[in-house]
Design a protein around this ligand. Structure first.
Ligand code: PLP
Length: 431
């Protein structure tokens, strides 16, 4: 049935999908059409159930259809879904963000992570009156023109360096340096003295697969940007409220000038935000001249889902549970790989992780890109057949939610043992 749904979808939408990462181009086959989700599990249109590690690509840290989120949305739908005026809900979520993230004295809500990073770089350019940017190879910040240069996620999966439609003149303002290489940033900022508005990065890369920052890397970026008068923008769309109550910036003790949030902050509805010091955010309209707006920004339904999700994460032991569940999963996957003899490297920070197929550590784009994507594809389908839904790409994170428990982890590790064993027998070099 997924096959016929997919065929019909391709008649009306490019590739049958509304975001390229949902296509199965990198792993082959037909995308799974999901019909519902409950807690850690999803059910497809044919009634097959899967343990879900995609979690809508990050937002569903409380699991699917959490009763508290559902109840809040039901209530809000009856009260009105959008007003286009201020509502108290926006202040309630903004207060929660600012309390958790001291670097954010003020936030502006938008509707997607893309909008958050787009607006943050506009603000950085407006405040510094400088045109250029530094981004990191393999980091993905949404499909913003200026940031769609050697990006991660779907761009990496499809093996395209940038995108037609982004003028060279614009792409030329963005300098790209490798992840975990602070000296490379120093070199660009020195060579382009007074020209670079901001360095934007994922504190933990998640869109080339999970790649943690090397010890001291984020501190070095902080120092270098400050010394050259460029802003440091942490894109915490994936990591925010996931790897720590205060995001990766709290986990690693670094204070950026601007921060971007999305995914978890909207609890599965379209909400995202950018924030920072009051003197910076107050340069945004209406208090300042830098223009940015949105019909559905701060949407009441999205605010309710975000509020409930952040409150669920504030229940005692929530982050400890995410950490320990994810650690058990990582340990089980590592043991399964070791027993099968299939060479893998598992990178994990908190509840986000990636199993890279290949030898050696993965510390940046080049080492991630060297992974054996065919083996990943075989593993992906082996897991799917056994009722485990992973991202249909080597270069994405697997997410553990508060709803994942012992039963799901055991099922997943058992599936991994079988899938990896199968893979070791299929290996062309006869391992
Ligand atoms: C998902 C993601 C984005 C883009 O968010 P959208 O809501 O898909 O536009 C930006 N930055 C990072 C780090 C992300 O993981």
């Amino acid at each position: 049935m997924s096959r016929s749904l997919f065929e019909e979808a391709t008649r009306y939408m490019p590739g049958g999908v509304n975001s390229p990462v949902r296509a199965f181009q990198a792993v082959g086959g037909t995308p799974v059409f999901l019909a519902r989700g409950t807690g850690p599990r999803v059910t497809d249109s044919e009634g097959n159930e899967y343990v879900d590690y995609v979690g809508s690509w990050g937002p569903l840290i409380a699991g699917h259809a959490h009763p508290r989120v559902v109840e809040a949305l039901r209530e809000q739908a009856g009260l009105g879904t959008s007003f286009g005026t201020p509502s108290e809900l926006e202040t309630q979520l903004a207060r929660r963000v600012c309390e958790r993230v001291p670097a954010c004295e003020r936030v502006r809500f938008v509707s997607s992570g893309t909008e958050a990073t787009m607006s943050a770089i506009r603000l950085a350019r407006g405040v510094t009156e400088r045109p250029e940017l530094v981004k990191i190879e393999g980091c993905y910040h949404g499909h913003v023109d200026s940031l769609l240069v050697q990006a991660g996620s779907g761009v990496m999966t499809l093996g395209i360096p940038g995108s037609p439609g982004v003028p060279d003149e614009l792409a030329g303002l963005t300098h790209v340096v490798p992840f975990n290489d602070a000296d490379a940033i120093e070199r660009v900022l020195s060579a382009r003295e007074g020209r670079v508005a901001a360095v934007i990065l994922e504190p933990i890369a998640g869109n080339m697969g999970v790649v943690p920052p090397a010890a001291g890397y984020l501190d070095a970026v902080r120092e270098i940007t400050r010394a050259h008068g460029a802003l440091m923008i942490l894109d915490e769309v994936m990591t925010g409220f996931r790897v720590h109550r205060g995001g990766a910036q709290a986990r690693y003790g670094v204070e950026p000038d601007l921060s971007c949030f999305g995914k978890v902050v909207g609890g599965g509805l379209p909400a995202a935000a950018y924030g920072g010091r009051a003197d910076l955010l107050d340069r945004v309209a209406p208090t300042g001249p830098i223009y940015q707006a949105g019909t559905l920004s701060g949407n009441p339904l999205a605010m309710r889902a975000g509020i409930e999700t952040l409150d669920l994460l504030d229940e005692p032991g929530a982050y400890e549970r995410l950490e320990s569940t994810a650690a058990r999963l990582a340990q089980g996957l590592g043991a399964a790989a070791a027993r099968s003899g299939v060479p893998t490297t598992l990178n994990r920070v908190g509840s986000m992780m990636t199993t890279f197929f290949g030898e050696g550590t993965v510390t940046n784009y080049a080492t991630a890109a060297a992974s054996d994507t065919e083996r990943y594809a075989a593993f992906f389908h082996g897991m799917l057949r056994r009722g485990v839904y992973l991202a249909p790409s080597q270069f994405e994170a697997a997410f553990v939610s508060l709803a994942h428990g012992e039963e799901e982890i055991e099922q997943t590790v058992r599936a991994a043992h079988e899938a990896l064993h199968e893979l070791s027998r299929q290996a062309p070099d006869g391992e």
